[in-house]
Ligand binder design. Sequence first.
Ligand code: AMP
Length: 320
Amino acid sequence: MQTLRRASAPPRRYLSDTPASRKALPFSLNTLRSSEDRADQGNVLRLVMFGKPGAGKGTLSARLVKKYDIASLSTGDLLRQHIAERTEVGREAEEIVAQGKLLPDDVMLKVVASKLDHIRNKHWILDGFPRTVPQGELLDAHLKKQGTPLSLVVNLDVPDEVILSRISDRWVHLPSGRVYNVSYNPPKVDGFDDETGEPLTKRPDDNPEIFARRLTQFYASTSPLIAYYTRAAQTPTRLPRAPDRNQHPHQLAFPPAHRLLLKTLAGTTSDEIWPQLDALVRDAFPALRETAASLETRRRHSLSDAVLAADLSASTRGDS
Ligand code: AMP
């Protein structure tokens, strides 16, 4: 498994970096790149959140989306929306999802591909896809065409018995995919979503019998993806480079090397895993920006900490 890459210091530049100067340099010296190229060398988060059903993929993805400017795609949420809207995919999916089985790979790629095309210029998270090695291969081929390969796979390692014991406590807000757990992450008002006030529902496939089947399905079809991504993480690839208008036709251009980062994060609750995940994405993807809401929450916390500290020091001094 690969170790975490730290944010490197900005490159030192001894040569002026203008289109004209880049054109004039011999190819052996022409290593200065546009900012888009630099972003592609590992700075754009394209994350597959991987783990057993119920491991907390949805909860942790939602926390990342709340904190950072990241788009997220959950295939389970997409399918539940298709089912609710009675689309063609939804009618095909209804029975399969209810039984805890997997939809065919080609159907899933169709569901995901057009959505991925919409967010290709953003940081993004995929939750629930791929779930088979052929899906992994289809995804890689699709992303390779776009020149936007995966940059991170997070493998959530949560023991089976922990997942099984908490699954019957899980409730979801269907339109947003927000997940609650009545034991350790309850909604503010019982049975209703914190943000919209709309009713929560129980997923029909969150019962012990179907859930056991989903776990078996995970070990049979999904877990081989770990070996697939372990191999990918050991093999740097070259990205196709978009034509550069500033490049001399006789210059040789070496496409940037790209390496996938694979990390296993272990814990028994999402609260335990969250700090590890947050530190991982912050260290490996310094280009991520916090959302305005997250910055505001932090500003308020540090203000109230300052007020508390001031109160405390006033009371220890005996001020009234
Ligand atoms: P999830 O919400 O991710 O647990 O997904 C719920 C259900 O949707 C799964 O149990 C499958 O029936 C179906 N599903 C979601 N993602 C996929 C996928 N990548 N491949 C096949 N079926 C999927």
